[in-house]
Design a protein around this ligand. Sequence first.
Ligand code: FES
Length: 140
Amino acid sequence: MALYSEKVMDHFTHPRNVGVIEDASGVGEVGNAKCGDIMKIYLKIENDIIEDVKFETFGCGSAIASSSMATEMIKGKSIYEAMELTNKAVAEALDGLPAHKLHCSVLAEEAIKNALTDYFEKNHIPYDAAKLACQHSHDE
Ligand code: FES
């Protein structure tokens, strides 16, 4: 069996939503101290809807595929739906990641949550910090 699903390979070789949003409503950046990989997510939010999302990832193929899939999953959704996105859902949407690569999808969940936190704080919108704490699974 191939180590990576076709979806992972597709999102790795043709990542969606790569880039920067200059006037982003919220920006989130996270890094994984162990592997040194970094992910940055930009959100453009209007009326609580994520109108646009872009990412920059300096990292492994699984991190690139995870960010690409995660951006697709939250584009056009409300910020409250985006808050519910877990790394598990991202990995499932990619038809799975190898166990030792699950942590790469965690970066996507954390970066989105950081960008949402940035948006809430910039706009003085009260938010449930517990919901924006990373819910990722540690079954690596
Ligand atoms: Fe670092 Fe994948 S090995 S994010």
